[in-house]
Design a protein around this ligand. Structure first.
Ligand SMILES: CC(=O)SCCNC(=O)CCNC(=O)[C@H](O)C(C)(C)COP(=O)(O)OP(=O)(O)OC[C@H]1O[C@@H](n2cnc3c(N)ncnc32)[C@H](O)[C@@H]1OP(=O)(O)O
Length: 442
């Protein structure tokens, strides 16, 4: 599977500096004053034209030099004046149009190629309204990110306001345990944290602070050495804790603030009572260090068995995501239900789920000699029938014959797909799971 990091291909884009260099060089030694003068005038007018477009407007499309030293198209999302500098000295918050929003960042003017500036397109209000049409579920999620919450309907204006409010990352880095982590997205921390670029989290209770000394003081007092709640799984150094959002409200909210820094789609913050949090930890003699988690509604009418899933960036691509997904299905099996993750899935979420579904289903198809139906696959795996159908359709293993879906699984094709689906990840040892499904206490 390809990397989701931006493409590494050579860019054939040449930059503005190169072009103005060429002008300087051509005014060299040929001793031809009229040409020299013409060139100088041309250079001056170019410079003037460039200066006149500054500061760039929000919405401008322009090419920007990225950390790979190549130029990529960006859109200016926001700008801010640099203190104690000339009137036009701004820095710009840009979105790389080819990449995911997690790579949005502040850049300096010298990273932008002013020759490539395109006029700001005034997006028509109707277009925006159409693009803002959302499902009821998405609206609910957006509501929940609002500090006050509780709006029944969100009109286009409120959505725009929400987009405006969340478009720039507020916290740039966090310290958590022994890691300093660059954040990916905006998270609605309380207003008193508005002036912070970095936050310090207690890795056990997830309280967050503005200053390192506050964290150090806190660590001397904090009694926790693992997430609050019940340890429901332990295998080797891996432990899973179940945290009830109602019993551990502050922990649940802190976890949501933290998770939103890495989740673009909106998540809940205040209504944590309705959720259980499954927190995966690597344990050593200093305590149980959070690696990732998933949340699960206590009651889901839509048969969701997972609301949000996160592996903290330092632990990603090590198989923990697949472990968390597998774990969520093991819980569903114990409940005797089928389950599906809450939508929308992020790009990385979709990749991880697709890989998991492919491996689980194809492993069964390989071993199972007789015909097997989608319903039987669903009963065996707790994967919802729709997800089985889309996975197998995506792999072109389904045919529609005489009004029915039929699975056509040639062993060689199965092997090819399994190989492409990558590594299996960490296994959940079900014998080590000690858990009973959630029941409301009377
Ligand atoms: C319902 C929802 O919550 S949807 C939102 C999902 N969550 C997020 O987007 C939050 C940010 N992302 C994450 O936390 C993580 O990327 C997760 C949870 C999606 C995956 O966690 P990880 O621990 O990295 O997963 P894991 O190591 O098991 O790999 C999963 C597979 O996904 C794919 N994948 C994950 N990250 C990448 C990446 N950056 N580039 C390409 N493929 C990737 C790969 O196929 C990978 O398998 P492989 O390593 O064998 O090739």
């Amino acid at each position: 599977m390809g990397s989701l990091d931006p493409p590494k291909a050579e860019s054939n884009y040449s930059n503005a500096a190169g072009k103005s260099d060429a002008i300087h060089k051509s005014t060299g030694d040929d001793g031809d004053p009229p040409v020299h003068k013409e060139m100088t005038m041309e250079y001056d007018s170019l410079k003037k034209r460039k200066t006149s477009m500054l500061p760039l407007e929000v919405g401008t499309n322009v090419m920007c030099r990225w950390r790979d030293n190549k130029y990529h198209p960006v859109k200016v999302i926001e700008r801010r004046k640099l203190p104690y500098t000339a009137p036009n000295d701004y820095e710009y918050y840009v979105h790389y149009t080819e990449f995911n929003r997690r790579l949005d960042e502040w850049v300096k003017l010298e990273q932008l190629d002013l020759d490539s500036v395109q006029a700001v397109v005034d997006e028509k209000v109707e277009d925006k309204v159409t693009s803002l049409k959302m499902t009821r579920h998405q609206k609910r999620k957006i509501d929940e990110t609002h500090i006050e919450g509780g709006h029944e309907e969100l009109d286009a204006a409120s959505l725009r306001e929400h987009e405006e409010f969340t478009k720039v990352k507020n916290i740039a880095t966090i310290e958590l345990g022994r890691y300093e982590i660059e954040t990916w997205y905006f998270s609605p921390f309380p207003p008193e944290y508005n002036d912070c670029l970095k936050l310090y989290f207690c890795e056990f209770c997830l309280n967050f602070m503005k200053r390192k000394e506050q964290l150090q003081r806190h660590m001397r007092k904090c009694d926790l050495k693992h997430p609050p709640g019940d340890e429901i799984y332990r295998s080797g150094t891996l432990s899973m804790f179940e945290v009830d959002g109602k019993k551990n409200k502050v922990y649940g909210q802190n976890l949501c603030y933290l998770a939103k820094l890495f989740l673009d789609h909106k998540t809940l913050y205040y209504d944590v009572d309705l959720f259980l949090f499954y927190v995966l930890c690597e344990c050593d003699d200093r305590g149980c260090h959070m690696v990732g988690y998933f949340s699960k509604e206590k009651h889901s009418e839509e048969s969701y068995n997972l609301a949000c899933i996160l592996t903290l960036p330092p632990y990603q691509r090590k198989g923990y995501g697949k472990f968390l997904i597998a774990f969520s299905y093991e819980l569903s099996k114990k409940e005797g239900k089928v389950g599906t993750p809450e939508r929308p899935l992020s790009d990385l979420g979709l990749l991880s789920y697709r890989g998991y579904w492919t491996r689980v289903l194809l492993d069964i198809l390989k071993k199972h000699k007789a015909n097997i139906s989608i319903k039987e696959l669903s009963d065996m795996t707790a994967i919802k029938a729709d997800d089985i159908l889309t996975t197998l359709q995506g792999l072109e293993l389904i045919q529609y014959r005489k009004g029915q879906h039929v699975i056509c699984a040639d062993p060689k094709v199965l092997d090819r797909h399994l190989k492409a689906a990558g590594r299996g990840g960490l296994e959940v040892d079900v014998s080590k799971l000690i858990w009973t499904p959630y029941k409301e206490q009377g």
